[in-house]
Write a protein that binds this ligand. Structure first.
Ligand code: GLN
Length: 493
């Protein structure tokens, strides 16, 4: 059961072979057993989850089931959920019980899904290892001495360890794709504006996007069908006709059954295969390219000349926006407040000094610096110009290809603590993922093999705006022909 796809679980529920309450309880038991080692979940609330599960069972009994009715979903602790502790991995919000639901949470609840719990993450989603959070590091189910990636590391580890059937995360510079790659699961960052940011605690608003994390491309599509949609409360939410993201999954591009992806042009950027890419990751991604060719895809050499500038541009823009977004945490209305203080200014100062961790403070310092008078033109404005160039590179590339394929990360999961003292080294891990956020493009990671230490390797597929269904089709056809996505860590069966 713990390896079942969402479709299989949904069929078991529909045939009354299993109730949502039983399913939810089995996962809660499994969390109790495995989570102490992994630290993937921060909050579980059996009573709340089971109440939702019983309501889902009533819906099913009444013949009103939708595709996700009764399915337990792990929520990254950045999504506000009414009545649930929502900490964003920070001491600042360690006591914050949300009075309202994020749009995504509202939609999942309306679809009959069950909130299985809230998952661990880097503090305010700042990091690539899920080690910066106030509640301790997430451990990688493949090797608990390694990181699970970040910042949606708890959601990734939960799906990889099969203590959640599916999860949701957020991606500002790679936080869905990178942990998915490092834990051997699938993750999708949609086109900017497809998923509402309302109630998703803001990090860098022009980059943040919520998305699904799952065992397969097919499951991602089912989740995105529910998560996507216009919401007037997010001014950057896009008003578009409703789309079925699973509509192309089983559509073959040619009549030749052995070549379902016949004619699909896959762009391979030379910049993604140069210095800095681990040999193990490079080999696994190359093998995947050969597999895609077997399925009929055509390899096209492309160039993304400004891709080397995406990390520097990202680490100016993201902290700039973060420094503004995080100004709301002032100890006045909600969240942490210093116990002792003199006047108002001292209350602000002590609250923020005590409530934020080192990485968050570093970002606020960088952000306020690059936005300050005298430095704005040299840093922030220049970064925005680079952002435009990066988007233009992609526009050029998509004249030659339908999808872009490359590695998600330069290496496999690294040792816990091994990079914590070198933030710049950690930032460089985002080399292949940040460009999609800067350009607002959809991108996903799926498992494609194993590297050093027997650890999972992920490949990244990126597409033009609104090409999620096309990307999912390519990923699904690859997963019909391979079994990397079915592999799981030892001892998790
Ligand atoms: N690793 C990147 C950062 O630290 C991306 C994080 C994210 O996507 N939330 O900012």
């Amino acid at each position: 059961m713990f390896n079942s796809t969402l479709k299989q679980l949904s069929a078991l529920l529909a045939q009354k072979k299993l109730s949502s309450a039983e399913l939810t309880q089995s996962y809660l038991d499994r969390i109790a057993q495995r989570n102490p080692e992994l630290n993937a979940f921060l909050t579980v609330d059996a009573e709340k989850s089971l109440a939702q599960a019983r309501a889902a069972d009533a819906q099913i009994a009444a013949g009103k089931a939708q595709p996700l009715t009764g399915i337990p979903v792990a929520h990254k602790d950045i999504f506000c959920a009414q009545g649930w502790l929502t900490t964003c991995g920070s001491k600042m919000l360690a006591n914050f019980v949300s009075p309202y639901d994020a749009h995504v949470v509202e939609k999942l609840n309306a679809a009959g899904a069950v909130i299985l719990g809230k998952t661990n993450m880097d503090e305010f989603a700042m990091g690539s290892s899920s080690e910066t959070g106030f509640f301790g590091a997430v451990k990688n189910p493949w090797d608990p001495t390694r990181v699970a990636g970040g910042s949606s590391g708890g959601s990734a580890a939960a799906v990889a360890a099969r203590i959640a059937p599916v999860a949701i995360g957020t991606d500002t510079g790679g936080s869905i794709r990178q942990p998915a790659a490092l834990t051997g699961i699938c993750g999708l960052k949609p086109t900017y504006g497809v998923v509402s940011r309302y109630g998703m605690i803001a990090f860098a608003s022009s980059l943040d996007q919520g998305g699904p994390m799952a065992k397969s491309a097919e499951d991602l599509a089912l989740m995105l069908n529910v998560m996507a949609g216009f919401d007037a409360r997010d001014s950057t939410s896009l008003e578009r006709p409703e789309e079925d993201y699973s509509r192309l999954l089983d559509v073959r591009l040619t009549g030749d059954r052995s070549k379902p992806l016949g004619g699909l042009r896959i762009g391979v950027p030379k910049e993604y295969f140069g210095a800095g890419l681990g040999a193990d990751v490079g080999a696994a991604v190359e093998a995947a390219l050969v597999q895609f060719e077997k399925l009929g895809a055509v390899r096209v050499s492309i160039a993304l000349p400004n891709s080397g500038l995406s990390v520097p541009a990202y680490y100016v823009i993201a902290p700039a926006e973060a420094s503004s977004n995080l100004s709301r945490f002032d100890g006045v209305r909600y969240g942490y407040r210093a116990a002792e203080y003199g006047d108002l200014t001292e209350m602000y100062r002590k609250t923020r000094a005590q409530g934020f961790g080192a990485e968050v403070k570093r970002r606020i310092l960088i952000g306020t610096y690059v936005l300050s008078h005298g430095y704005y033109d040299a840093y922030y404005l220049k970064a925005q110009k680079i952002r435009r160039l990066i988007a233009q590179d992609f526009a050029q590339a998509f004249k030659q290809c339908d999808l872009i394929l490359g590695p998600t990360t330069p290496g496999v999961a690294f040792g816990l603590g091994s990079m914590s003292s070198d933030p710049v080294q950690m930032y460089l891990l985002d080399i292949y993922t940040t460009a999609a956020n800067l350009a607002g493009l959809p991108a996903m990671s799926i498992p494609c093999g194993f590297g050093e230490g027997g650890l999972p390797v992920g490949l990244q597929l990126a597409g033009d705006y609104f090409s999620e269904a096309r990307m999912l089709q390519a990923a699904h056809q690859y997963q019909l022909a391979t079994d990397w996505h079915l592999r799981q860590p030892a001892g998790m069966e």
